[in-house]
Design a protein. Structure first.
Length: 281
C-alpha cells in the first residue's frame, strides 16, 4: 500500500510524522474525503474547493491548487490500483515546538493522503436501510470547517456502535444538526425534502449539495430549514448523505420505525440519481 506524505509516494510503513506535528498535538488541521468509483474521483472539484476554504478559515496555506491536488490524488489512486473506495487528504499546520499560537511563518504544512479500497456502490446497508440514534451535539461553533478535531463525532459514533446502529444524528436545541459523519435529511408526508440550511452550525456537505440539485428530478420540493427529532420520527422517509455513504436510507430513529420501516422509494430514487451522476462524472 502506497501513501503520500510531503511530496513523496511511500510504502505505508515508511510514512512517519514527528510527534511535534500540530495535527497530533492540537488537531490543528483540515481533512477531506472523496469517493472513487471506477477509478475516478466523485464530486472532487467541490471537495477540493471545500478543502481550500477550510484551510483558509484557519489560516493554513493551501500547498496545492486544485489541479495540483487532483494530479497527486490520481497518481495515488493509480499506484494503489483502487477501482472503488475513498481517498483521504489531510493538511496540518506542520511541525513546531509546542505552543498554542501559530508557529513562525515559513513552517511547512504537513500534507498526507491515503486510499482505502472499499465497496461504495453495492453497500448492503443501502438495501436494508440504516438505523440511527440521536445524541446531543457536543461540538464547537465552527462546524462549517472540516477540522480533524473530531472528538465529539468519535464519541457520537461510538454511542451508535454500542447501540448496534450505523449512525448518530446530533441534536441541538431539539433540532437535528447533522450526522456524526453525514448530512441528515427527512422527506415529509407532503413530498418535501427537508434538510438544515447551511450555517456555521454544520458542515456544508458536498453530497448534500449534489442531492439537493437532483431533488427536482425525483419530483421533490426542497425546504432548507431546521427539523426537530419529533418531526423526524413522523417523517415519511429519512436518509443521510456523505462521500462514503452516498445516499443512505434510514429506516429507524431511536428505535422508532420510519415510514414503512424499509428504504423509501424517494430515497431509493435519489440514491439512483446520485449514483448515475457519480458514475458519469
Ligand atoms: N457532516 C459531517 C459532520 C461530516 O463529517 C460529513 C462527512 O464526513 C458530512 C456531513 C458529509 O459531507 P460530504 O457529503 O461532503 O462527505
Amino acid at each position: 500500500r502506497i501513501v503520500y506524505l510531503n511530496g513523496a509516494f511511500l510504502p505505508f510503513e515508511e510514512a512517519r510524522v514527528p510527534i511535534m506535528d500540530r495535527g497530533f498535538l492540537f488537531a490543528d488541521g483540515i481533512y477531506e474525503v472523496s469517493a472513487i468509483i471506477d477509478g475516478k474521483l466523485v464530486d472532487n472539484a467541490a471537495h477540493l474547493a471545500r478543502l481550500d476554504r477550510s484551510l483558509g478559515e484557519i489560516g493554513i496555506r493551501n500547498p496545492h491548487d486544485a489541479a495540483g491536488w487532483e494530479k497527486l490524488q490520481t497518481e495515488l489512486v493509480a499506484r494503489n490500483g483502487v477501482r472503488e473506495g475513498l481517498v483521504y487528504m489531510q493538511v496540518t499546520r506542520g511541525v513546531a515546538e509546542r505552543d498554542f499560537a501559530f508557529p513562525k511563518a515559513g513552517t511547512e504544512p504537513t500534507v498526507m493522503m491515503f486510499t482505502q479500497a472499499k465497496t461504495v456502490l453495492a453497500n448492503p446497508l443501502a438495501e436494508t436501510g440504516a438505523r440511527v440514534i440521536t445524541v446531543e451535539d457536543l461540538r464547537w461553533k465552527r462546524r462549517d470547517i472540516k477540522s480533524v478535531a473530531l472528538l465529539a463525532q468519535v464519541l457520537a459514533k461510538q454511542q451508535a456502535a454500542e447501540a448496534g446502529v450505523a449512525e448518530a444524528w446530533m441534536v441541538e436545541d431539539g433540532a437535528v444538526t447533522e450526522g456524526s459523519s453525514s448530512t441528515a435529511f427527512i422527506v415529509s408526508r407532503e413530498r418535501v425534502l427537508v434538510t438544515r440550511p447551511l450555517s456555521t452550525a454544520l458542515l456544508p456537505g458536498i453530497t448534500r449539495a449534489s442531492v439537493l440539485k437532483l431533488a427536482g428530478e425525483a419530483d421533490l420540493k426542497v425546504e432548507e430549514r431546521l427539523f426537530s427529532v419529533a418531526e423526524a420520527y413522523e417523517a415519511q422517509e429519512a436518509f443521510y448523505t456523505s462521500a462514503s455513504a452516498f445516499v443512505m436510507p434510514v429506516v429507524e430513529i431511536d428505535g422508532r420505525s420510519i415510514g414503512e420501516g424499509r428504504p423509501g422509494p424517494l430515497t431509493r430514487r435519489l440514491r439512483e440519481l446520485y449514483v448515475e451522476a457519480a458514475c458519469q462524472g
